[in-house]
Structure formats: C-alpha cells, structure tokens
Design a protein around this ligand. Structure first.
Ligand SMILES: [Zn+2]
Length: 384
C-alpha cells in the first residue's frame, strides 16, 4: 500500500516519516487506533516505505520489486500474525501461518482495512472469536532468527495484539524488548486497556485517532458516492471507515429492495401482467440467498408500515421521499386480514430459502398468492 492510499491521518504519516528520516525508528511499535481508523493499512504502508528501493520524500515508489510484493501483501520478509480459530478446513491447532492465503485475499479485498467481524465472517466461523496462540509466538521467534531474504527491514505485523493470549505474550516479551537488528515489530491494537501492560511497556506508542467526519465524507465523495449520502453516512460512521462502508452497502441494498418491491407489487396489482411478473421472478431468483431474504424482509417491513399508516400512526414509519409516497399509495389495499396472510407468506418464503428451495419456483408461487391477496384488498377498497 502507498501511504497516500491510507485515508486521512496526515499528521501520523508525517510523524512516522520524520522519525524515520531522523534515524529515530523504534523497532517495536504499537499502532493504537479504533476500528476503521486505518491503523493496519498505515503500518503496512509505512513498512513498505522503509523497504522501498526508491522512495520519494513522502511515499513509496509503488513500482520497485519490494513495493510490488508489498502491494500483494506477499513479501518474503513481511510476516503477518492475527487471530485465528478452528474452521471446517483447519479443524485443530489453528495458527496464522495456516491461514495466510485467506488473510492475503481478505486484505486485498478490504485494502487493509480489517475488522474483527469482517475477518471472522470472511473465514465463515460464525460467532467464534479468534486468538493469537503460543504457536504463533513460536513462529514469530523462529522467523526472527532467520536472516532477511532481500529486504532492508524484516517486518512482523501482529494485528490485534490484544488477542495474544497470556502464554503467547509471555513467550514474546524478550523479542519485543530486543528484536534482532533490522527487524520491525508492528503491533496493531484497538483497545489500550485490553493490552497486557508488559506488552504495552515494550513498544513505542503510535496513537491513531478516529477519522474526522469530513475526511470520511470527502473520501466517500471522491469514491463517487452522492454528496448527500456521503454527508449522512459520514456523520453516522463516527470516524470509522469500515462502518461508513457497511452503512453505504446497507443503504444501496435498501434502495434496490425498494425499487424491486415497488415494481413487483405494481405488477401483481395490474391484471394480466404475467409476463412482467415472470421477468421480475427471474430477476429475484438470480439474487443470492442472503439478498433474497433481505428483499423479503424488506417486503415484510413495508407491509407492516402500510398497516401502521392505516392505523393513523404514520409518524412511526421510518421512510421518506419516494418510499413513503409508495407506502402511502399502497396502504389502502392492506387490511388486518391480508396483511397477516402476506406476512406469513413472506416468512414462509424466507424459511424455504434458508432450506435451499428452488428460487424460481418459490418466487412464482409467492407472486401468484400475492396477486390473490392484493385482489382481496382491492375488493375491500371498492366496497367502501
Ligand atoms: Zn518502491
């Protein structure tokens, strides 16, 4: 990673560069910053800089052989240690070295912006929490005793030092105190109070603040996010770039759910629009399972909102603009009876999707039942 690819953190970058230029580079450093502040990408970019063959005043060249390997997170003198746990593939004695391929793929996907949740999701380990084990500590020590292959500095990055268990920390104390020559140990931590005092005291602290709202907003805008959305998301993200990206993804998903759902209902309402309904069903069948479930949950919420509006409690509905307008127009066709039937229909569909139902058949079936239920609502409206 280039330093300029790390979002914001200008002051920290300058401090790191000046300590390096001044020959004051500490050999064990603790990059301490909250989730989404960029502590890990910053550490990697800085390590790339000190190993670059032709760096400029402020950044690596990005093209020398060392930079090229660093960009892929795969330099022979760059070693990563991070929390792991047992998985379907590594059934026992997990440790970082057994997950290097996954780790590199994960870092590439997120440009180094790692979070515990997204890493465990990437490994598909559910709610299991990872640890950095004494096996990892032993690997670190053995890596240190080897001479660097080609780099000026051999670099060991320990992501989430608070996940080092007691045994691992104890085993590492001497190494942290006095790493071999030309070695940099970069501990990355999020929560100071969870780090063992013995580990903290051996590292030079590099404090990384959360990003400012305007840094997050400007970065989103340069990444082609609508200014209005960027503004909203950056305020909610609280300086956490990962959270901003999650919020954005969620907002996009909600928007796409809305468009699809509105289309679908209009078609189900319009007599004889079988061809259009069939086309929408095909589109729904192509979405992944998680997205299909999210679409149906969106439908459940909208039907519920319509009923809420009918009960004169529209102020409780969290929708605005086009979405609110649509829900208000749709509300007259919803009553207690058909709302309950629609809700069971969608809930059952979610149940079947989770059990691998054939999505094409499932959505066709749901559509025809929905046509009936909307017709019932329409008859009620006409009688009034
Ligand atoms: Zn370079």
């Amino acid at each position: 990673m280039l330093l300029k690819e790390v979002v914001g953190q200008q002051e920290v970058k300058e401090r790191l560069l000046s300590s390096y230029r001044g020959g004051r580079l500490a050999h064990t450093q603790l990059f301490l910053g909250p989730e989404g502040s960029g502590s890990l990408p910053l550490a990697i970019a800085f390590a790339q800089y000190v190993n670059c063959a032709s760096p400029s005043q402020n950044d690596s060249c990005g093209v020398c052989p060392s930079c090229k390997k660093y960009q892929k997170f795969a330099h022979p003198d760059l070693h990563f240690y991070f929390p792991t746990t047992s998985t379907d593939v590594v059934k026992k004695e997990p440790k970082s070295e057994l997950f290097l391929n996954e780790w590199r793929a994960y870092l590439s996907k997120n440009q180094g912006y790692a979070t515990q949740n997204s890493w465990y999701n990437f490994l598909d380990v559910g709610n299991k929490q990872g640890t950095i084990y004494v096996r990892d500590a032993a690997d670190i020590i053995s890596k240190m005793t080897l001479k660097a292959y080609e780099a000026r500095y051999k670099v060991v990055v320990i992501w989430l030092a608070e996940k080092l268990n007691d045994q691992a920390s104890n085993k590492l104390l001497k190494t942290l105190e006095e790493p071999p020559d030309n070695t940099l140990i970069m501990l990355i931590g999020e929560r100071y109070e969870l780090l063992l005092a013995t580990v903290r005291s051996r590292a030079q602290l590099v404090k990384i603040p959360p990003l400012s709202d305007h840094t997050v907003r400007d970065w989103l805008i340069t990444s082609n996010v609508e200014p209005q959305t960027a503004e909203l998301v950056s305020v909610q993200a609280n300086g956490n770039l990962n959270k901003a990206l999650d919020l954005l993804e969620h907002a996009e998903e909600e928007q796409s759910n809305f468009m699809l759902f509105r289309n679908w209902l209009r078609q189900c309402y319009k007599p004889g629009s079988y061809v259009e309904i069939h086309r929408t069903n095909q589109e729904l069948a192509k979405l992944g399972r998680e997205r299909q479930k999210s679409f149906l949950r969106y439908g459940l919420q909208t039907i519920h909102n319509a009923l809420t509006i009918n009960h004169n409690s529209g102020h409780l509905v969290k929708a605005a603009g086009e979405e609110l307008d649509f829900t208000q127009k749709f509300a007259p066709f919803i009553n207690q009876a058909n709302q309950q039937q629609m809700a069971s229909l969608f809930e059952e569909a979610i149940y079947h999707i989770e059990r691998n139902a054939h999505a094409g058949i499932l959505f066709t079936d749901v559509s025809f039942q929905l046509v009936d239920l909307i017709m019932q609502g329409r008859r009620v409206v006409q009688k009034k």
